[in-house]
Write a protein that binds this ligand. Structure first.
Ligand code: SF4
Ligand code: SF4
Length: 355
């Protein structure tokens, strides 16, 4: 855990750890062979031209891999960490250091891993201030819904394994999730370094569970990018801080807004106010993606935040009752978890609604 880190995000009961974005999403491009043929090859995924009805998107998708692949995954992960492509940023390095594909000593009978992608919707919250309403994006990484580590563990036991008596252990916080998802065939990398799972696009949250059950299917897959990325640069062009490189597929994490607005401290002066687009994180490289074109139809709303509450957030002066109310309205948004983290909410909201 970095000194600047948010302890709550490492709670395995949270919707998603910040590690998932920083350590997995932004490191993802480094796992792709940089010399690959970018004109597309291998399995063809659903074309982005194909219309998707969000109401038909399943709540989750999964793949299973035998644990015998973990040594190869560990070698791949080690090689990527040592080849100089990843950022030396301390916060980022602190996040990826604990991740590995080493088998846990307390589960010697483990045989398989189940990799799950849960469909996640974008939410908006209306913040009221001075008679105006500010509709602010709350990305799916930062609120909780009914699909969480506990409910998914039950789903793995009852609906995926379907055979009683097998042990299931959540290893979501311990493994490089996006590499695992790509190698299991669950998803493919996009140019924005996120994992796309058909048909939910990049609007997914990944989980991994070990089990002592042996699945008949093993879907070990090659690493590659979405076919759609071969003739598209929308995410590259829209990124407000120029994180994308023309020379490699690795995003420059040191320039990513998420690295700064998930942590305490002043924003660097090169992040201008107009670049902020969400209460936490940044959705700019996902929103215009043609693979996610149905996303606006699938967004939802959190409860409105009142004038009084908005003002107290901006003043950094929340009483216990208001803090409790916000925790309910924003469904466990990380920066309203405790007084220690409130300066993040105050700073982020101020950047979005102060003129
Ligand atoms: S916006 Fe285009 S290039 Fe970026 S991930 Fe989506 S399809 Fe790929
Ligand atoms: S668009 Fe936002 S989240 Fe994507 S790489 Fe750029 S700063 Fe990071």
């Amino acid at each position: 855990m970095s000194k600047m880190g948010l302890p709550r995000f490492c709670d395995t009961t949270s919707r998603l750890s910040r590690r998932d974005f920083l350590a997995s999403a932004l490191a993802a491009g480094a796992f792709l062979p940089q010399s690959r043929d970018r004109r597309g090859r291998g399995r063809r995924h659903r074309s982005f031209a194909e219309k998707i009805d969000p109401s038909q998107i399943p709540a989750y998708q999964y793949r299973t891999l035998a644990l015998s692949h973990f040594p190869a995954l560990q070698d791949e992960y080690d090689q990527t960490r040592s080849d100089g492509q990843l950022s030396r940023n301390k916060v980022f390095r602190d996040e990826i250091t604990p991740l590995s594909f080493e088998l846990p000593g307390n589960f010697p009978d483990a045989k398989s891993v189940v990799v799950v992608a849960a469909f996640a919707r974008t939410m908006y919250a209306n913040f009221h201030l001075d008679g105006q309403v500010y509709r602010i994006l709350v990305p799916f990484q930062y609120y909780r819904d009914e699909l969480n580590p506990e409910s998914l563990k039950n789903i793995v036991q009852k609906d995926i394994i379907k055979e009683p008596g097998h042990r299931v252990v959540d290893i979501t916080e311990r493994v490089p999730l996006k590499l695992l998802a790509a190698r299991s065939g669950l998803g493919r990398y996009g140019r924005n370094n996120l994992i796309f799972v058909s048909p939910m696009g990049s609007f997914n949250v990944l989980y991994a569970f070990l089990t002592d059950y042996s699945f008949p299917d093993d879907t070990w897959s090659t690493l590659d990018i979405l076919d759609a990325c071969n003739h598209c640069h929308r995410c590259d062009h829209i990124c407000p801080t120029n994180c994308f490189s023309r020379r490699s597929f690795v995003i420059d994490i040191d320039r990513c807004i998420t690295l700064y607005n998930e942590n305490t401290g002043e924003f660097p002066n090169w992040i201008h106010r107009s670049m902020h687009n969400a209460l936490m994180g940044c959705m700019e490289c996902q929103s215009p993606c043609p693979v996610n074109e149905w996303v606006d139809q699938a967004s939802g709303n959190l409860e409105d935040v009142s004038e009084d509450e908005t003002r107290k957030i901006l003043e950094g002066a929340l009483d216990d009752a208001t803090l409790k109310s916000l925790q309910r309205k924003l469904r466990g948004f990380p920066a309203d978890d405790s007084r220690e983290l409130l300066p993040i909410l105050t700073r982020n909201l101020g950047a979005l609604i102060r003129t």
